[in-house]
Design a protein around this ligand. Structure first.
Ligand SMILES: Nc1ncnc2c1ncn2[C@@H]1O[C@H](COP(=O)(O)OP(=O)(O)OP(=O)(O)O)[C@@H](O)[C@H]1O
Ligand SMILES: [Mg+2]
Length: 230
């Protein structure tokens, strides 16, 4: 198997000068290509912090993260921006859609930054809008879409450039159960067909049930790591 992510001894402390909060407390994690992983744990257990570390959005106080054998923790910010753009797809709690762009343009955005040829870009955007069930909303701006629809656009945007792995922070949090199920179907199809690796944090038991590996955090510690068949 091919290792995609290796996190070593990650420690993240907030408010180190006053009352230190160990958002991550010595977390080790090894993730291989094609895994489909749910990250669970109570509110405040460190799920978002861990996703941010793996995605290179924030640096740990100690420890480091390797992606494909490359240490991203010591990378300079400009190198890291480029690395993220070409390797990692993000789906966040706040969707970060660009308000002046239409749904189609938002989905296209990362591929534009990557200089994907127009024909391929257009084809991929149309496919994805269909897949997330929003082909008829392609020309709407985010403010004209519901929260769940914005969420689906954010997911389509992350999937569009076919990144090696997707980090998703509670991707189904604002979705009704039908939309959440559809989203899981898309994710698991891409996982199976394209070997795309997924790591998603979630509180939703139905989402946890679809994962093939479930990692549990408590107070910044990794307390359980179970693999299973689905
Ligand atoms: N920017 C910050 N400044 C100070 N403390 C922070 C910051 N971000 C997170 N924390 C603290 O770190 C701990 C872990 O937070 P984190 O957001 O990773 O939890 P979570 O598991 O994602 O929770 P939730 O399920 O509510 O999203 C919490 O105690 C939180 O209060
Ligand atoms: Mg969180």
């Amino acid at each position: 198997m091919q290792t995609v992510i290796d996190a070593h001894n990650l420690v993240k402390i907030y408010d180190a000068e006053t009352i230190p909060v160990y958002a991550l407390n010595n977390v080790h994690l090894h993730i291989e290509r094609g895994e489909f992983i749910a990250l669970k744990g109570p509110s405040g257990s460190g799920k978002t912090t861990l996703l941010n570390m793996i995605g290179g959005l924030d640096k740990p106080n100690s420890g480091h993260v390797e992606i494909n054998g490359v240490n991203i923790t010591t990378m300079k910010e400009n190198e890291l921006i480029d690395y993220r753009l070409h390797n990692i797809g993000f789906v966040f709690q706040a969707y970060n859609l660009i308000p002046v762009l239409t749904a189609r343009e938002n989905v296209e955005f990362i591929m534009l930054l990557q200089k994907t040829p127009a024909q391929e870009r257009n084809k991929r955007v149309s496919e994805l809008l269909n897949e997330v069930g929003l082909a008829d909303k392609a020309d709407k701006r985010p403010s004209e879409l519901s929260g769940g629809q914005q969420q689906r656009i954010a997911v389509a945007r992350a999937l569009a450039p076919k990144p090696q792995f997707i980090l998703a922070d509670e991707p189904t949090a604002n979705l009704d159960s039908v939309s959440a199920g559809n989203l899981l179907d898309i994710m698991s199809r891409l996982n199976k067909e394209e070997q795309m690796t997924f790591i998603f944090s979630t509180h939703d038991q139905r989402v946890i049930d679809r994962a093939r590996r479930v990692i549990t955090l408590e107070d910044g510690k990794l307390v359980a790591d179970e693999k299973r068949d689905t």
